[in-house]
Ligand binder design. Structure first.
Ligand SMILES: [Zn+2]
Length: 417
């Protein structure tokens, strides 16, 4: 079977034919060129309006990179026709294998973009011997296509989350859909202000906002304000993940201050290597960490007490009856307020203040799972770590939409990967 026949099976164009295949001598890497010609009597299509028009002239040959075959680079070679369009004037024709001035064929771009979900962008560039920019542009194309073709109907539950980037100096607000069977990143906004979240609701629109049933978020004031205003009918849940990470932040603060105090007063460095022992749940500790934590538990340290308060609080999520849960919450807060551990007291005060929204957790139980926002948040962090090499917010957004947006793709006659 010839290459021509294979291409006709996997990538056939109605108005064009594959002509001659040539091996390019003296190329940097093994390279094939596939000549393409318009079908006889086929009229060129104007790239401005998409209508066929009379031919004007032909431009010099151009090369379009296709998907490599057995490590051999494959190029389509074609001399573009120009169209004398009644409406647009003289324009270059539109060809089905590439967009505009792009040197990569659309199939190759989708190929690179798909691999970029499995490997880092640098990794894809290395594997297929292309540039980082080519991978970036391909992902960008896939994301704009997906964003233009996605569907925002039927969204009932959303989660609002924030991430820090640029070494923690900047924030992005992320909105996820967290319905059963439909979990994806919906929207990314700059900063975490009232304005940020308002622009999400503007994009979502009044009708769809009114159909929201559950919203998860953390206790960040601007979020609370906007959610109450724009989707007051939805059950607003302060989600478990954000509450527990607030406690972890407090524990971390207590530990750092205490470690400094112990060092200053000349005690042995008890808290060295204890950070993760205190932040992880006991069941997730390694053997070594378990030994460390049982050692720590023998001392009356503030860090240990803060840790025990957090572990105690885990019971809250297990209650079946909201009535008992309120009682527990109030007692827990009282205990912590007596503890003299300032960062934990701050958490208790915040929980008291938002008691109603926290209890909404029980109303939403069974509908939205506790781990879903946490899972998406972890994926976001992983994507940001894996896609090193981007500096701009735009690039981060593209990577996040690409990996978490569950964006649609066009249907292909052949799946190349
Ligand atoms: Zn035209």
């Amino acid at each position: 079977m010839q290459l021509k026949s294979i291409l006709n099976r996997v990538e056939r164009y109605k108005s064009f034919v594959y002509k001659r295949v040539t091996w390019v001598e003296g190329a940097e890497r093994p390279t094939l060129e596939m000549g393409i010609e318009p079908r006889a009597n086929g009229r060129a299509v104007c790239s401005g309006c998409g209508r066929p028009g009379p031919g004007y002239d032909r431009l010099p040959q151009r090369r379009f990179e296709f998907i490599p075959l057995w490590g051999i680079a494959v190029y389509f070679v074609y001399a573009m026709r120009r169209v004398d369009c009644a409406q647009c004037g003289v324009t270059v024709e539109r060809v089905p294998w590439a967009e505009g001035k792009n040197q990569l064929t659309t199939s190759y771009q989708w190929f690179l973009a798909r691999w970029a979900k499995r490997l880092s962008w640098r990794g894809v560039a290395d594997a297929f011997r292309t540039s980082w920019e080519n991978v970036f542009r391909s992902v960008k194309m896939a994301v704009s296509w997906g964003l233009a073709h996605r569907d925002w109907e039927g969204i009932e539950s959303i989660g609002v989350d924030e991430i820090q980037w640029q070494k923690g100096h900047r924030y992005l607000t992320l909105v996820y859909q967290i319905d059963q069977g439909a979990k994806r990143l919906l929207w990314i906004g700059k900063e975490r202000t009232t304005k940020t979240l308002l622009s999400f609701f503007r994009k979502l629109g009044k009708g769809r906002s009114a159909r929201l049933r559950f919203i998860c978020s953390d206790m960040w004031k601007p979020y609370l304000k906007v959610i109450a205003k724009k989707a007051g009918q939805a059950v607003h849940v302060l989600d478990r993940f954000h509450i527990m990470s607030k406690m972890n932040k407090a524990i971390d603060e207590v530990r750092a201050a205490e470690a400094r105090r112990l060092a200053r007063d000349g005690y042995e460095p008890l808290l060295k290597h204890s950070r993760w022992c205190l932040l992880k749940r006991p069941e997730n500790l390694t053997d070594k960490q378990t030994v460390k934590i049982s050692e720590l538990l023998q001392y009356n340290l503030q860090s240990v007490r803060a840790y025990l308060h957090r572990e105690d609080f885990q019971r809250f999520w297990e209650y079946q009856s909201p009535g008992w849960a309120v009682r527990f919450l109030q007692e827990w807060c009282t205990r912590v307020m007596r503890s003299k551990i300032e960062p934990m007291k701050k958490v208790a005060r915040t929980l008291r203040k938002h008691q109603q929204l926290i209890l909404n957790w029980f109303k939403a139980k069974g509908t939205i799972s506790a781990a879903v926002v946490e899972g998406l948040n972890n994926k976001v962090k992983l994507t940001m770590r894996k896609a090193y090499g981007f500096r701009t917010q735009k690039a981060i957004e593209i990577a996040l939409y690409h990996n978490l947006g569950a964006l649609p793709e066009p249907t292909f006659t052949h799946e190349f990967c």
